[in-house]
Design a protein around this ligand. Sequence first.
Ligand code: ACM
Ligand code: ZN
Length: 747
Amino acid sequence: MRIFLTMIFCLSISAYMSKIHAEGKAAPLIPYPQKVEWLEGNFLLTKGTIIECPAGNLKDYFISGIKMLTGLDVNSNSQNSSENKIIYIIDSSMKNAGKESYELTVSLGMIKVTAPDEEGLFRAMQTLFQLIPAADKGKKTDNSISIQCCKIADSPAFTWRGLNLDCARHFMSKDFIKRYIDILAYYKFNVLHWHFTDDQGWRIEIKKYPNLTKVGAWRKEADGSIYGGYYTQEDIKEIVAYAQSRFITIVPEIEMPGHCLASLASYPENSCTGGPFEVGTMWGVIKDVYCAGNDSTFTFLENILDEVIALFPGKYIHIGGDEVPKDRWKECPKCQARIKAEGLKDEKELQSYFVKRISNYLYSKGKEVIGWDEILQGGLAPGTIVQSWQSMQGAVEAAKLRHYTICSPTTNTYLNANPEDLDLRIAYSFNPVPNELTDSEKKFVLGGEVNLWTENAPQKTVDSKLFPRILALSEVFWTNPKEKNYDEFHSRIQKAYDDLTAMGIQYGTESKAISFSTSYDEVKNEFVINVTPGQSGIDIRYTENGSQPDSASTIYTTPIHADKTVNLRISSFRGNLPVGKEYSLSFDFHKALNAKITLLNKYAEQYRASGDNSVIDGIRGTDNFRDGLWQGYDGVDFEGVIDLGKEKEISKVSPKFYMDANSWIFLPASVEISLSKDGVNYYDKKVIAYEINQKTSELMQKEFPAEFGSQSARYIKVKAVSIKKCPDWHIGAGQNAWLFIDEVEVE
Ligand code: ACM
Ligand code: ZN
């Protein structure tokens, strides 16, 4: 008995060793399957490999998928050898394992895949694609490819694993959408939520209402240029077929009753005021919405939905329902008459009336309806699916009401947010199932979605916004939450970058790519600039001559010393490939460096920059107001007194401000600057003010310099008078305006 036990012990040790050894070479599977056992040895994928698959379309897809990924023509050699086969089998006895489940065994002469249905085989094909080493991808090879032996049993944790692409704010080409369908499939997503309509663009051809695309698909940008585009119904049919063959359901979103300015610009009769309107150019929430008192508005929308239904075979239609200001409805006689006639309590119930009326229409056509969590206001139509975005609260309420819900809270899934604010770890930590639900309520959580709102994300930036963070959510939606382990995932991601590169995905960063700390060496009169990479495996490179850093630029190894005003451009690279954005840092030598500053008003904590001294630290804010260098004031003036420590000759004091009306940041109404020798009596006050058109979506940085000739002073008082409230023409009219300042340069 004792001997027997020892033998088992030795055996299990050696099995463990071989498993670890194999894992070192293993492909970085994402999402990680529910069960993986890595084994010794390799399957050799060659031109002669025979592919057997019960579904001809899937077999063709697999063969062309391998060809596209690697260049290898499997199943093409007349000398096919039965010694080297990939067999796909549908085994209906596996039904209990669930839809999309599969088992995959890679052994020396054979790969065997079994699944209860074609969808399971399709998901297994993606795993097989991922098992191909990155080194064999992206190059056109005739060579055979080694695939690590393993045994996998897999099924998804959630049935809804989506990406919402906002193609309204920025249009994405048909080929780009198809490319994303392939990318989504590769990472085992199964829903493409396609946001077609918004204030800034209508992107789906509706034959009955041609103005929607003749007018609504085009906007006039601040510089006078025209931006736009739309998908014809033929484009959409092609994309829908492409997605269907990849087991991805497309959920079209047609926004109502808000986020519809492009539609109102095309057909102003559907508004409360009658217009006229222009397609939106500013981002934010716009007060003009569909009139809920007009029966003809409903007919208009039903006719649109009829065409949408004919295009999309999937079960679901998304009708938006988010962010609907009630201002117009409150003043519209027709909307007020509707409230009275229907016995509604208020405009919230009018929103509910609107959503229910459209939902019932869609149900009558056999569709299921999804809306953002605001549709909970005033009561839901039976059966409506709630997409929770503001927090998880919408999901909790929906599930308690026994409505299905999709979880995509801003905190973890809005990848339009910068990696500084929503990093890989935060994305990975997401659990789509709210803890406060009972077990029976939890069943109403279908899964989750990644959201990409594209106000600041034109097509060319989409890869870098989504990747690598979307990989965290791919795993969140597929892998059993109990099996998740961030450290292990993070090291797997490091290997997955080679896969991304091979597939031409121009990924961004996991977190803040670079962070800086700076100090000023008063003795040597030098800036000392420390740069730290925010993630492993990247090189930091920089230039001092104003040129764009590339893979040949100076690599950062030790702190940079600068003894004069210097402009650094800094980027991070993985090998030769830039990752994330470029940083421009300007250091100004000026007389207030290292002075003391006393601030009369407090900056907002989230825009504190490096604290009080930030505006005289010599480091200029960049073109991004969230760079941690700009200091932000919420509806109050900036007012500070700089103490130079001793009297100095002063010729010019020049504070700089930021303008971005879309982000509610405005230039000061005026700036007052005065000098003092004792900190009590101030003299030579200069008032600087400009007439500047801030009604634009352009960003601007503006200096407000005061010239003093040559004055001796120890104290400098700077007051920037905020406009305090957003102007009447602004969507935030009457609410707090921001004032952003950086670097009060003293010469
Ligand atoms: C949303 O982000 N307004 C759904
Ligand atoms: Zn109205």
